[in-house]
Design a protein around this ligand. Structure first.
Ligand code: ATP
Ligand code: LTN
Length: 331
């Protein structure tokens, strides 16, 4: 039986990914590539919705690809590419925009949140059509599954709606994908504000563990993490959000169950526990930082890898686009 296809993407909006991206999404990318036909892309066109200095953007695109390889996304096992290297993404997005309702796009919560924060004058149209470009990313590859965090569920629903709408209006071209949101997948919160999710757009990075942080910085961030009254290392998200978040992080990286960790640290203080979590995190992140640096120091090799990915992605994407153009009556 042929392997199921997965597709996912991540925006190059920051120099470093953070622990929430890694544990909530990227770790799953690595696992899925072994028994799936996986397509992973750095969605640089999506990142244009946020104004960025061109030099900074260029660096972030390469850094994102390098970090993906460093965490274990293996270009010999999957197709790793940069979205803008495959023109069919924009071409299909336009076709999909023409079958998307204005109100339908306006109901996307990510758009509503971001546009409310920025106000109409600072909100660009790209932010509005963002989910439709995302739908094109997915439908072009005939993906079966889209591994993403819970926050992306609505965008995958829109993708399914648009795919189904196209299929019934024109021709059965698109495979209709399923979101792959694994419930047990860790949701990681900010170390300084453990009731809010760890996010790249947090106002301060003090509570955000970046994959490329030095061991010293990581240790400092854990040591100064906000914990709760009391002394017990116990999982209780309501009354002990800080400790619960640290337990989640330790468990996700060490593979030990929360229950076992509670036992291991019973009678020990918060200080010892924080140091232990930091150690687990540092031992995971240190090699990722080293490998990322090696790849950034040899950009020729990195670009060669990405060109190869783009060639394979273009093959699949162009075939879908051709079928779409023909189905809608373009000559
Ligand atoms: P922003 O805050 O700018 O929206 P972000 O930090 O939330 O950015 P995204 O680029 O939106 O990061 O997310 C990339 C992937 O990582 C998504 O699949 C998302 O669900 C997942 N993710 C992001 N933050 C977390 C988190 N704190 N815990 C678990 N998963 C997360
Ligand atoms: N919107 C997503 C990033 C993204 C994506 C995709 C995810 C763009 N295109 C295609 C999965 C499939 C985000 O913000 N995490």
């Amino acid at each position: 039986m042929s392997k199921k296809r997965v597709l996912s993407g991540i925006q190059p909006t920051h120099d470093s990914f953070h622990l929430g991206n890694y544990l909530g999404a990227l770790k799953q990318w690595v696992e899925l590539q072994h028994d799936h036909d996986a397509f992973y892309c750095v969605v640089d066109l999506h990142a244009l919705t946020i104004e960025t200095d061109p030099k900074v953007l260029q660096k972030r695109i390469l850094l994102s690809a390098a970090q993906l390889i460093a965490i274990g996304v293996d270009p010999s096992k999957c197709t790793l590419f940069i979205q803008s290297h495959v023109p069919a993404h924009n071409q299909l997005a336009w076709v999909l925009e023409c079958i998307t309702g204005f109100g339908e796009a306006g109901r996307m919560t990510q758009f509503k949140d971001k546009s409310q924060k920025g106000g109409t004058d600072r909100t660009n149209v790209g932010l509005f059509t963002y989910p439709i470009l995302q739908a094109a990313d997915i439908l072009l590859y005939q993906a079966d599954f889209v591994p993403v965090g819970e926050d992306q569920r609505q965008h995958i629903e829109l993708t399914r709606d648009l795919g189904q709408r196209f299929n019934s209006k024109f021709n059965e071209i698109f495979n209709i994908p399923q979101p792959q949101i694994i419930k047990s997948l860790a949701k990681i919160n900010d170390l300084q504000d453990p009731t809010a999710k760890m996010s790249k757009s947090a106002s301060s990075m003090a509570g955000v563990i970046e994959l490329l942080d030095s061991p010293e910085v990581t240790l400092k961030k854990f040591k100064s993490s906000v914990t709760d009254d009391g002394k017990e290392v116990k999982f209780d998200e309501k009354s002990k959000p800080g400790i619960s978040n640290l337990l989640t992080i330790h468990s996700a990286l060490s593979g030990k169950s929360i229950q076992d960790l509670e036992g291991e640290f019973s009678g020990k203080g918060y200080g010892d526990f924080k140091a232990a979590v930091a150690e687990v995190v540092i031992s995971k992140l240190e090699p990722i930082g080293k490998r990322t640096k090696e790849l950034m120091d040899d950009q020729g090799e990195l670009i060669r890898i990405l060109n190869k990915g783009a060639a394979r992605a273009n093959e699949v994407a162009t075939a879908t686009l051709k079928a779409v153009y023909s189905a809608i009556g373009l000559v």
